[in-house]
Ligand binder design. Structure first.
Ligand SMILES: Cc1ncc(COP(=O)(O)O)c(C=O)c1O
Length: 423
């Protein structure tokens, strides 16, 4: 049997090379090549591949307990993770529900908000407000709140309807017009549908897979404030933005207004093992708290609370405490600021450790130019995976100035050979 790769059109893609090992910011291929991991292996690797502290924690945990059913039990690794998380997260978030991926963290969030209104005697409040360009994962609920696009075209009849609002960052860098349009339609939607709405779901500060579209914390504050004024929950999907990507440990820390639920995954284990967490307020937990067993949160997957993943997640937070990760993040930001302006590209934008721009026209996920740039970079020892013609760098935090300089020089070389692509 042969492998069927994710998000891959096999007819136009060469067979994938074999990664033999990875360390720090580098992937080492079986054929001897060495590649800088310019997108942190789909945004999961934070401190670097094979970080010794996380590796050792997984090994030590595997000698005690790898997996147990999490419905009837807890374990030291999960407790340590929850304790460590509560020391760094706003106390508004009283409960953490564990699952396996960003998509399941979002599904859990949907169940929490819809369930809360149901248990409060308002079952008609089941609609979610979501945004154009949004991406929240590929399970059916998560895809439903995500934008309708080429990603979802084949299965659209199966997706549930949401109330769609324009993106706060339609044109990539978040213009005042984009923000005004978004806020106007949001306010109108809330007025018209108030009694049907359970929550607003949004990727805070950066819409990731929808094109690395960035917008300001003030706009997000306005979105949250407007929803709260109508007594509607706000869910921040921090699956991509969490664990440092936008310059702070969590994107919500750049805002004045807090959401009611936060979905985390990707960097939660430092990029070692699949795991996710959905953080909720006491108020939401209490809606399910009852002697009536029918009111419990009916959600789980078999590996929920996996002990190895929890040990990795707890060790990840230890690394955050012991290493100056935020300084590394600030340094990456300063290198983007130094190198990106020199590229003559459309919509250059930076937020935290993420830098993005378009080449050869407006954002288009199916544009082949991204695949060409990917191949070109592979020949120069760099792995990136543009979203069509939206090119972005999202490196692990152990990346050096030289690593980024090489990325930018390589992209400049590609652009100079394709002069029609310049802005
Ligand atoms: C904002 C956001 N939410 C959810 C997901 C889905 O996460 P996963 O791929 O772990 O299911 C992603 C994945 O890229 C994401 O960027």
């Amino acid at each position: 049997m042969k492998l069927w790769q994710p998000f891959t059109q096999h007819a136009v893609t060469p067979p994938p090379p074999v990664v033999a090992r990875a360390e720090g910011a580098y992937l080492y291929l079986a054929d001897g090549r060495q590649l800088f991991d310019g997108i942190s292996s789909w945004w999961v690797t934070t401190h670097g591949h094979s970080h010794p502290v996380i590796r050792a924690a997984i090994v030590a945990q595997s000698e005690k307990l790898s997996q147990t059913i999490f419905a009837n039990f807890t374990h030291d690794a999960a407790n340590e993770f929850a304790d460590a998380l509560s020391r760094i997260i706003d106390p508004k978030f009283a409960r953490v529900f564990l699952s396996d991926s960003g998509s399941t963290a979002v599904e859990v969030a949907i169940n929490m908000v819809v369930g809360t209104w149901f248990h409060r005697g308002q079952p008609q409040r089941h609609k979610i407000i979501a945004f154009e360009n949004a991406y929240h994962g590929d399970t059916v609920g998560a895809a439903s709140v995500g934008a309708r696009s080429v990603f979802t075209r084949h299965g659209e009849p199966l997706l549930f309807e949401v109330l769609r609002v324009p993106s706060p960052a339609f044109a990539g860098a978040g213009s005042a017009e984009d923000a005004a349009r978004c806020l106007e339609v949001l306010a109108q939607t809330l007025r018209t549908h108030e009694n049907e709405i359970a929550a607003v779901m949004i990727e805070p500060l950066v819409q990731g897979a929808g094109g690395m579209k960035m917008y300001a914390p003030e706009i997000l504050d306005e979105i949250t404030r407007t929803a709260h004024a109508h007594d509607i929950f706000v869910v921040f999907d921090e699956v991509m933005t969490g664990f440092g990507r936008t310059g702070t440990m969590f994107a919500y820390q750049q805002c004045r207004e807090l959401p009611d639920i936060i979905a985390l995954a990707k960097g939660i284990t430092g990029g070692f093992l699949p795991m996710a967490a959905t953080l909720a307020t006491q108020e939401i937990f209490d809606a399910f708290y009852s002697t009536d067993r029918a009111r419990q949160l009916f959600y789980s997957t078999s590996y929920t609370g996996n002990a190895l993943a929890c040990a990795a997640a707890a060790a990840n937070l230890r690394v955050w405490r012991e290493e100056n990760t935020l300084e590394k993040i600030a340094a990456i930001n300063s290198w983007h600021q130094k190198f990106l302006p020199a590229l003559n590209v459309q919509n250059p934008r930076i937020r935290g450790t993420i830098a993005a721009f378009e080449i050869g026209g407006d954002a288009n996920y199916l544009a082949g130019i991204g695949a060409e740039l990917h191949q070109f970079c592979m020949t120069r020892g760099i792995f990136i995976r543009p979203l069509g013609n939206t090119v972005y760098l999202l490196p692990p935090y152990c990346a050096t100035e030289d690593d980024l300089k090489h990325c930018y020089e390589t992209m400049a070389e590609f652009l100079s050979q394709n002069t029609l692509l310049a802005a």
